[in-house]
Write a protein that binds this ligand. Structure first.
Ligand code: KG4
Ligand code: ZN
Length: 329
């Protein structure tokens, strides 16, 4: 990786983040999370998210430059998430990036948020293509087949709810705080995953698409009928096991179909230790190298955007016009 200094900006949902890539390593990756703002509402409130991005972004940029020991004039290129995400949130990051790139006279790259999640593993020298990528986040559950770092072909995706969204909805049904994912995982650790069996939706044989809404509804009906009460830990464990069964089996199908050298996973749900282990199991069964980013690179962050930007620049992708263009979900 060459000596470019790249600024990555992420504001697609409820984390404001600035990452800086310098001398081939992540020199800063600051995240201002909005969890406390949205928790009382049980989900992300788009208007509050946009306002918080606006409030945090300047200070975060200054702090990130200080952390990386750089001045604005040192930045060679800027990358910003412009899709997919909440429109009002994307606009804050994209406006900031357009203004900065114009003022500094440097190239600007619009970055796809899902590609950036996968790019978190591109710094690993052991990574090689062809690869299967899997993003499991609050808004997406998507497989990619990849022959290079800027070659993303969608190989499967959810037909209804995203996996993280399902964790959040199940958490809410059981009275757990938003975001449900980490709280469901914590409860599941105390439960018996085999006591309550929930359906494992696999769709047609060989399909790499996902469907989580039926599983979510089963958890709802079970909790209504039996009352979550003392069952919360067992419900969480049973639900998490069903998700693990789905992700493991779909990953197995993808590895059989594409026979890749690497499998790269990313996105907020990949912070879940149980899910990480299920994916490790299938990768080792199929003899494929699995790349899982450290936890701080699984959640939404600016460094992953800076990394994707670097690979776009190196691949010769044309910089984007410096005008506000966002593609919401
Ligand atoms: O990638 P991300 O930070 O934002 C999106 O791009 O959506 O993912 C956020 C999602 C939320 O749904 C959250 O509940 C889920 O990741 N999540 C988890 C865990 N930590 C975060 N899901 C399951 N287990 C976790 N430990
Ligand atoms: Zn994300």
């Amino acid at each position: 990786m060459n000596k470019m200094v790249i600024l990555g900006i992420e504001t697609s949902c409820d984390e404001t983040s600035i990452g800086i890539l310098k001398d081939g390593r992540i020199a800063a990756n600051l995240v201002a999370t909005q969890e406390k703002i949205h928790t009382p509402y049980g989900g992300v409130v788009p208007e509050l998210a946009s306002r918080a991005h606006l409030l945090y972004i300047d200070a975060l940029f200054l702090k990130a430059m200080e952390k990386a020991s750089i001045a604005p004039g040192d930045i060679d290129a800027i990358g910003v998430t412009n899709s997919p995400g909440l429109k009002g949130s994307l606009i804050i990051g994209v406006s900031f990036a357009c203004g900065l790139a114009t003022a500094l006279g440097i190239p600007l790259y619009m970055v796809n948020h899902l590609y950036a999640h996968i790019a978190s593993s591109f710094l690993d020298p052991e990574m090689s293509f062809p690869a299967v990528g899997l993003v499991v986040s609050g808004g997406h559950t998507t497989f990619f087949h990849m022959n290079g770092p800027v070659d993303f072909k969608v190989a499967g995706e959810t037909v209804d709810d995203a996996c993280g969204e399902t964790f959040d909805k199940v958490g809410r049904m059981l009275g757990l705080d938003f975001p449900g994912g980490p709280n469901v995982e914590r409860e599941a650790l105390k439960g018996d995953e085999n006591r309550i069996r929930f359906p494992v939706p696999l769709l047609s044989p060989g399909s790499l698409d996902f469907s989580f809404s039926g599983l979510k509804t089963s958890v709802l009906y079970y909790s209504r009928k039996n009352g979550p009460g003392r069952n919360v830990a067992d419900i969480c464990a049973g639900f998490q096991k069903a998700v693990g069964d789905v992700l493991e089996e779909k990953a197995r199908r993808a590895l059989v179909k594409y026979r890749p050298r690497s499998m790269i996973v990313g996105g907020g749900v990949i912070q879940n230790g149980y899910i990480r282990n299920r994916l490790r199991k299938v990768a080792s069964e199929k003899g494929v190298r699995l790349f899982i980013p450290p936890v701080d690179l699984c959640m939404d962050n600016g460094a992953m955007v800076a990394l994707m930007t670097y690979f776009l620049a190196v691949a010769g992708a044309p910089p984007s016009p410096k005008k506000i263009s966002v593609i919401p979900t």
